[in-house]
Design a protein around this ligand. Structure first.
Ligand code: THU
Length: 138
């Protein structure tokens, strides 16, 4: 990927989003931000619920923002906790991100910049469904 990624801006945008988190039950606010392949920057925060299990991770909010603002593919992603420290997306959220990832999408992780394939190896995704539905080769 040749595009220059402004990780400082992505991190700052994630911190700003974290400030909007609704996390009264866990007291663990999370903020995320991503660069989309058309250049725009989107963000999200976690939104919890009195029915604990239906709380939304920050990545859910980000994916909704992606679709509602015109769609596209995620090129780079940052996630922070309430202290502004890097946070790994949970397993479910890695799957959410994978669905909308550009080829080679990068994540600013606790162990450096990694690709989506590194944080979700051998992922299940749209391709598996397409291959299953495709007629067998003659
Ligand atoms: N959380 C996220 O928003 N994203 C993650 O990737 C990890 C966990 C939220 C869910 C819950 O509101 C809080 O962090 C504590 O688990």
């Amino acid at each position: 990927m040749t595009r220059d990624i402004d990780w400082t801006l992505l991190h700052a945008t994630a911190v700003e989003a974290m400030g909007k988190a609704y996390a009264p039950y866990s007291d663990f606010p999370v903020g995320v931000a991503a660069l989309v392949d058309d250049g725009r920057i989107i963000s999200g925060c976690n939104v919890e619920n009195a029915s604990y299990g239906v709380g939304l991770c920050a990545e859910c909010s980000l994916v909704s923002a992606l679709i509602m603002s015109g769609g596209g593919k995620l090129v780079a992603f940052a996630c922070v906790d309430g202290k502004g420290d890097r946070l790994m997306p949970c397993g479910r959220c890695r799957q959410l991100l994978y669905e909308h990832s550009a080829e080679g999408m990068l994540l600013d992780t606790v162990s450096g910049i990694k690709t989506i394939d590194e944080v979700l190896p051998d992922a299940f995704g749209p391709r598996q469904l397409e291959e299953y539905a495709a007629p067998p080769a003659p």
